[in-house]
Design a protein around this ligand. Structure first.
Ligand SMILES: N[C@@H](CCC(=O)N[C@@H](CS)C(=O)NCC(=O)O)C(=O)O
Ligand SMILES: [Fe+2]
Length: 357
């Protein structure tokens, strides 16, 4: 058994993979992207997983890794290939090493050629291979920078990847055409650069004439990744809101626990977005709450104070989640949704005002 998720960054068309052992809840993440560290952390939390490791398939030239930020947030450890040249990792991988997550593991294979430090990770039962940019779906990584070499890549793919079982699934680091996975058998047959009868010199000729522009983010990505994604200035990056113990959900909402709100009723503006009859109905409302039904929030959006945090409330936390998104878009940066709404507030027996008997 395996928990498996494929995540996507649309800026750089990068795939990030989450693998976890369902029995122990230990997880690892392959090729996380900096801008999605919050998404990835929220997914791990919602699935009840402990992120043990982040792994890199290579020193990326098109995006900065989320490894450093995830280590700071979740305490995950950073593993990179020793040959990548990156610094600041917790573990420097050599070919053949295994990285365990619970009772399962992936094993490192050296697959240089796109860069000289590229590795692939093969799942313990050889049912999946995470090939980075060595082998893409019907393609492969370019070989025109970062010590790339077409002859090295040809040998890597043939010796280390095409030798895997035909039904082993191939999960690359990128796809630019909307494909998500392939298999070793499929790539052996259909890869236009490396498959079929293509020989090493055919491949080299193909690669010399790719004519790709350099990645747009290259000047930022390479130095960032040499430090495993540690920014120049640690303080400014990915700051979590500090005004309350907020939880970020993968749906993109910042949530606030009822207990904190009860202790800070006077420090925040509470906006209840239910209808008037609900505001004074059986559930009542949080003391001091101001009623602005969701359908009228847009017209009242500039009537709140910008300097005090806003907490949105409704019956179950659904409409108020939407309200919190609207308020953030309108320029309020300290906004949170009351988790579970009035239903949870009442079930935990916090004080209410204006409840009908
Ligand atoms: N246009 C992309 C660059 C894409 C690119 O060069 N990708 C590299 C992987 S880091 C590659 O090897 N691409 C091979 C291909 O597109 O065939 C960007 O600006 O990020
Ligand atoms: Fe790459």
């Amino acid at each position: 058994m395996l928990i498996f998720r494929q995540l996507f960054d649309s800026q750089s068309s990068t795939y990030t993979y989450l693998l976890a052992d369902p029995a122990t809840r230990d997880a690892l993440l392959i090729d996380p992207v900096l801008e999605h560290a919050q998404r990835d952390a929220a997914l791990a939390a919602e699935l009840g997983l402990r992120l043990g490791w982040t792994l890199e398939t290579h020193l990326h030239a098109d995006h900065v890794t989320g490894a450093w930020l995830l280590r700071r947030r979740l305490g995950s450890r950073i593993a990179v290939a020793r040959a990548s040249g990156a610094q600041g990792a917790d573990r420097y991988l050599e070919p053949g090493e295994r990285i365990y997550f619970g009772g399962r593991h992936v094993q490192v294979r050296a697959t240089p050629g796109h860069t000289n430090g590229c590795v692939s990770y093969v799942l313990d039962d050889r049912s999946m291979a995470f090939t980075g940019d060595a082998l893409l779906i019907r393609g492969c990584g370019r070989t025109d920078f970062q010590q790339g070499s077409a002859s090295t890549l040809y040998r890597s793919v043939h010796e280390q990847l095409f030798s895997l079982p035909a039904d082993c699934l191939v999960y690359p680091a990128h796809d630019y055409r909307g494909l998500t996975a392939s298999s070793v058998g499929e790539e052996r047959r259909f890869n236009p650069r490396l498959g079929g009868d293509a020989g090493e010199s055919d491949f080299a000729g193909y690669m010399e004439n790719l004519g790709l522009a350099h990645p747009k983010q290259m000047a930022v990505a390479v130095p960032g990744n040499l430090q495993c994604g540690r920014p120049q200035d640690d303080t400014e990056l990915g700051q979590e809101p500090r005004w309350a113990p907020l939880t970020y959900t993968i749906a993109g909402i910042w949530e606030l626990p009822p207990q904190w709100l009860e202790e800070h009723l006077r420090d925040v503006q509470i906006v209840d977005v239910r209808e008037p009859d609900e505001f004074t109905g059986v559930l009542g409302h949080v003391p001091g709450a101001r009623l602005i039904p969701l359908g009228r929030l847009a017209e009242h959006v500039d009537k709140l104070a910008k300097d005090r945090p806003v907490v949105t409330v409704c019956r179950s936390g659904t409409r108020s989640a939407q309200a919190s998104v609207m308020l953030r878009k309108a320029g309020y940066d300290k906004v949170a949704n009351l988790a579970g709404g009035m239903l949870r507030w009442r079930s935990q027996q916090y004080v209410v005002e204006g409840a009908a008997d």
